[in-house]
Design a protein around this ligand. Structure first.
Ligand code: FE2
Ligand code: FE2
Length: 285
């Protein structure tokens, strides 16, 4: 089987998660900076299940507002348009993938914890470097490894083959994928993101987060997620560990040198935010 075949097969799978209408619409708005608050409110209110969920999220301790936010319009005004539409996309995606059966060996909580960690760290990096809008960085970080779930769920034998090889040869899962199977999680995830009509910058970020290249749609978004992934992989389990700089694309390393040099100082604080973001997004798992 080659890569084309695997992606073709992916297109044939009937129960592949489709995004709920509301996420598709929120996602379309990600590309359209002229959408009004009123339009966003209308879209949310069309999906009655989404209204109480969004209100629960915005009133959670993660945001720490003193007074209660009781309607969507208020939530949009306070949290901002970008935050709300990104939250809709995030919540819908986590939900679309988490309710699926046949995932018993896949540690969903661990997967999403990593994804949320990269999301929060991407947000931090874009706020500090001003390389990108931080809400979009959060979403890109959250979705960067989405291909792994698809690989696990629909190409299970390939997943296991790569996973075993990574353990046996003591190499990264990504290196094992490239060695053992016809398509890796970056290719698969990007294909799905493209099918979902995600913005091109997001598709490219999912596609190239391990092998950075410069002629992509949104280079700054890509390097933020790329660096956040490396930081999380180094520091999440052991905050005293050194970050393996050699795995980081040289130009990204240069652009974020001060954040990389001080990562051990700021990451513990970001880690606290990661924990509360996990509580917020993952309590539905
Ligand atoms: Fe990855
Ligand atoms: Fe990752």
């Amino acid at each position: 089987m080659d890569m084309k075949t695997i992606l073709n097969e992916l297109d044939q799978i009937e129960d592949i998660p489709t995004l709920p209408v509301i996420a598709m619409e929120a996602n379309k708005m990600l590309m359209d900076y002229n959408t009004s608050t009123k339009k966003l409110k209308q879209i949310i209110e069309k999906d009655q299940a989404m209204v109480p969920r969004m209100l629960k999220l915005v009133n959670s301790s993660f945001f720490g507002f003193q007074s209660r936010i009781s309607n969507i319009e208020h939530a949009i005004v306070i949290l901002g348009f970008n935050m709300i539409r990104n939250m809709i996309v995030s919540v819908s995606i986590i939900e679309a993938f988490s309710g699926k059966k046949g995932l018993k060996d896949f540690d969903m909580t661990r997967f999403w914890t990593h994804s949320v960690a990269v999301a929060v760290t991407s947000k931090y990096l874009s706020l500090k470097t001003r390389l990108h809008v931080h809400e979009d960085s959060f979403t890109a970080g959250l979705l960067h490894d989405i291909g792994k779930i698809v690989l696990f769920q629909y190409f299970h034998d390939f997943f296991i083959k790569a996973w075993r090889s990574s353990k046996e040869n003591d190499i990264s899962f990504y290196d094992a994928e490239k060695r053992e199977i016809p398509a890796d999680h970056a290719q698969i995830g990007a294909h799905l993101a493209w099918k979902w009509q995600f913005p091109a910058g997001l598709v490219d970020t999912i596609r190239w987060h391990h092998d950075v290249k410069e002629d992509v749609f949104d280079y700054n978004l890509l390097i933020i997620v790329h660096v956040a992934d490396k930081i999380v992989n180094s520091l999440m389990s052991d905050s005293k560990k050194e970050i393996d700089l050699s795995g980081i694309y040289p130009d990204a390393r240069k652009k974020m040198s001060s954040q990389l040099e001080t990562a051990k100082d700021w990451f513990p604080q970001v880690n606290i935010e990661i924990q509360s973001a996990c509580e917020l997004f993952l309590n539905q798992l």
